[in-house]
Design a protein around this ligand. Sequence first.
Ligand SMILES: Cc1cc2nc3c(=O)[nH]c(=O)nc-3n(C[C@H](O)[C@H](O)[C@H](O)COP(=O)(O)OP(=O)(O)OC[C@H]3O[C@@H](n4cnc5c(N)ncnc54)[C@H](O)[C@@H]3O)c2cc1C
Length: 469
Amino acid sequence: MKASVVIIGAGISGLSAAYRLDKLSTQAGIGLDITVVEKETQPGGTIRTEHIDGFVVETGPDCFFAEKPYAGMLVNELGMSDRLIGTNGRNQGTYVLWHNRLHRLPDGVVLMIPTRFAPFVTSTLFSLPGKIRMGMEIFVPRRTDGIDESLSEFTLRRFGREALDRIAEPLVAGVHAGDPDTMSVRSSFPRFVTMEQKYGSLIRGMLNARRVMREGSPSTPASMFMTMKGGLQEIIDALQRQSPGVSFRTGVQALAVEKSEGTYWVRLSDGGRISADGIVIAVPAYSAAGMLSPVSRELSDLLTSIPYVSTATVSLAYEKRGFGHPLKGFGFVVPRKENRHIMAATWTSSKFEYRTGDDAVLIRCFVGGAAHQDMVSRSDEEILDLVRRDIDDIMGVSPSPVMVRIKRWIKAMPQYTIGHEPRVKAIEQLAEGLGNVCLAGSAYHGIGISDCINSGNTAAQSVLKRLLC
Ligand SMILES: Cc1cc2nc3c(=O)[nH]c(=O)nc-3n(C[C@H](O)[C@H](O)[C@H](O)COP(=O)(O)OP(=O)(O)OC[C@H]3O[C@@H](n4cnc5c(N)ncnc54)[C@H](O)[C@@H]3O)c2cc1C
């Protein structure tokens, strides 16, 4: 009889695990029954592209970070590298709202790390004392006590108040929907901690990384952010198509993982249950907690302690003619101190090609997150009204949108708060003790798409290894 593996959750983590397991088991000549169980009718989790009136609308993520290799490698493996696109080089630039005005984030600033002198000193975003304080970072001694600092503490200590309020906080809110006061810098930005330890300064570390990159590839650097011509959904569809040995059971929720007479069973919402020799649980941590409580209360409690926040994306399309804003850039972020409803806005039609026709523009706003949870529970009308007021006020445009799409993502964004690293270590140790049960997904080792793909790959390899033992 064939061994069976159940993968719970068909987000990018679960789908990557299924694809990898199918491929590795075929290569090894092992017949495996692989079933993916997904509670929604459509796989993809938070990755969802909608085609509305000729607009390509990403209701969840809109790109992946090219520096981490796993997404790019997967796209190549799926034979889709001709579908990859980077950001539109002609419109480079991000803005920060400060005192009601959009200031360009100086070129060369990587999160809060300035790496180019001229754009930084001429920037209107910081005061002169703020710039001096940020530049002094190279003289700030490295921390040696190994404490897990919050992003706020870390940024204040190394770069000062303006770097925190005007860049780190709004960029982090825009990307992680998080609160820098509680977010672990070690778990959310491990590279910064490593750089501090290695170079004694992030500015020095970043300048060194840039030099190495330039020497490695003197040609034009590729885009930092990549996506697919038709949206990220293309990756989801290809993963399904190219996993011929996998059965998909959508619209069915996994309720519990149970063990009887040495066999694991996954109990389902349709009344059925599936036996499994191996299980990959690729769902949000709180959902994994619910299904694992019959087999380990302790593991379930630890999983519940990973907090999540809710967000919503609001996509607005306008006629280009008479729009009244040049959209020269990729968008803007909004610091908490500006007291707005939106956390960030992406000027999608400027950032990526293939998102609209020539006669329209598309922008996408983020609301909710750690600082504005209440926004997500408002009605569509209220959200739209508040978002439009902010957009009109900040960008000075007031035409009526020709298309609106609001998508709420409830408890979809895990927060790596202080203590995340030991928490995940303890979770993984307990999961290991369960036998062939692996956890994958954005809750543990990175929330980005590339990290999630890596977590799916790792879970697949580990399940297969244990089956072969
Ligand atoms: C609005 C938004 C914007 C983002 N932007 C970016 C970006 O631009 N770039 C980037 O790299 N990352 C971005 N992210 C993060 C990234 O999209 C996610 O971290 C990643 O897609 C998570 O994938 P996952 O498979 O781990 O989890 P999910 O996508 O959450 O998938 C989990 C799946 O499990 C299913 N499930 C849950 N419980 C059960 C159950 N009991 N039984 C069966 N199925 C179940 C869910 O329905 C879901 O399909 C963004 C996230 C959000 C919410």
